[in-house]
Structure formats: structure tokens, C-alpha cells
Write a protein that binds this ligand. Structure first.
Ligand code: FE
Length: 199
């Protein structure tokens, strides 16, 4: 059967979505949560929290070498001082792309992700194929995202867990010396901070 749309046919993801819906319906039926409360939480992470937080951190690091050093050395304390902490962000670590190393992030077990910096993970981040292939053939996955990492740049894959969640600091693009911090932040994309895009 042919489709003209591009969702991935992943039986496990479909099963997970069904289980989540069943769980939500059960919790609501038992009076333990309300659908409105769940919608409020989801809306908060979709709208108030999101990749712009991470982008602001990256841009600040690009313009402030002292901040960058502290951020790389002690992510949790440095991020908490900016107010980035809490649910799904208990221990966030920032890793820096350089001409020698390109970093990318996966959660092979499930979908651990630094919510306070990036919001909710995209569907592809949770897909079985990304979680498996990011580890076994990272360069092929990057190619699928349109990212060609030079042969002499090594690719390092970081496996997130509930304990440690990673954010990639992309390299500051050449020719951006005249840009201020806000303009720089606008260049930083969500996928760039997962490591599946370049900035
Ligand atoms: Fe996970």
C-alpha cells in the first residue's frame, strides 16, 4: 500500500502511543488527573519552554568565553544560575562541537532529552530507527539529515539517560563577528543542539 505522507510505520511507537492514551484515560477516569491539567503541562513545554532557551545559552557561550568555560565544566550549576533546571533537566551537560569532533545526541533506551533547554523531543528522536541507527551508523543518519561531516572530523554519539541529558553547542558560524547575542541565538536551531544539523 502506498502513502503520500511521511509518518514512520513503527509498530512499537504506535503501541506506545496507544498505551499512553490508555494510561491517560485511566488516570482521568479514576479522578487522579484531569485532561486539562495534562494539556497545561504539555502546552507549557511546547510554548513556554522550547529550543529558544537552549539557543540563548549557546549564543551566550559564543560571546562570553568565561561563561562558556563554566558551562562546559559544570553544566548543572551554570544553567541553574540562569533558571534552567527542574523536570527532565536534573543534570544537563553541554558538549562542544569543534573542527575535530562533531557531537550528536540520542537516547537509545527511550527519549531522554533536556526539556528545560529544548522543550519536548521531536517524534523522530523517539523513533526506533533513530535510536538504533544513531549508534550503529551515525554518519549515515547525519547524511539523512543533510549533514556532511568531513572525513577528518570524528563523530561522537552521546547516549542520554534519565541521569544525564546532553545539549550540543554548535560551532559559531564564520562571518558572525558583527552579530549581537540575540541575533546569534536566532541562528541556533533545535536540531543543531541535538547534533543532527549544523548552524
Ligand atoms: Fe530516555
Amino acid at each position: 500500500m502506498s502513502h503520500d505522507h511521511s509518518h514512520d510505520h513503527d509498530p512499537l511507537e504506535k503501541g506506545t502511543a496507544l498505551r499512553v492514551r490508555a494510561l491517560e484515560e485511566l488516570l482521568v477516569a479514576k479522578g487522579l488527573v484531569t485532561s486539562e491539567a495534562l494539556d497545561t503541562v504539555i502546552s507549557h513545554y511546547e510554548n513556554n519552554v522550547g529550543p529558544r532557551n537552549g539557543a540563548s545559552v549557546v549564543a551566550k557561550a559564543w560571546v562570553d568565553a568565561d561563561f562558556k568555560a563554566r558551562l562546559l565544566a559544570d553544566g548543572p550549576a551554570t544553567l541553574e544560575a540562569l533558571g534552567f533546571k527542574g523536570f527532565q533537566g536534573e543534570h544537563m551537560r553541554v558538549i562542544e562541537n569543534t573542527p575535530d569532533v562533531h557531537n550528536m545526541v540520542v537516547c537509545t533506551l527511550c527519549s531522554c532529552y533536556p526539556w528545560p533547554l529544548l522543550g519536548l523531543p521531536p517524534a523522530w528522536f523517539k523513533s526506533m530507527s533513530y535510536r538504533a541507527r544513531a549508534v550503529s551508523e551515525p554518519r549515515a543518519v547525519l547524511a539523512d539529515f543533510g549533514v556532511a561531516v568531513p572525513a577528518d572530523t570524528s563523530v561522537r554519539v552521546w547516549d542520554s539517560t534519565a541521569e544525564v541529558r546532553y545539549l550540543v553547542m554548535p560551532m559559531r558560524p564564520a562571518g558572525t563577528d558583527v552579530l549581537n547575542e540575540a541575533d546569534l541565538a536566532a541562528l541556533v536551531t533545535r536540531d543543531g543542539m541535538i547534533g543532527t544539523a549544523l548552524v
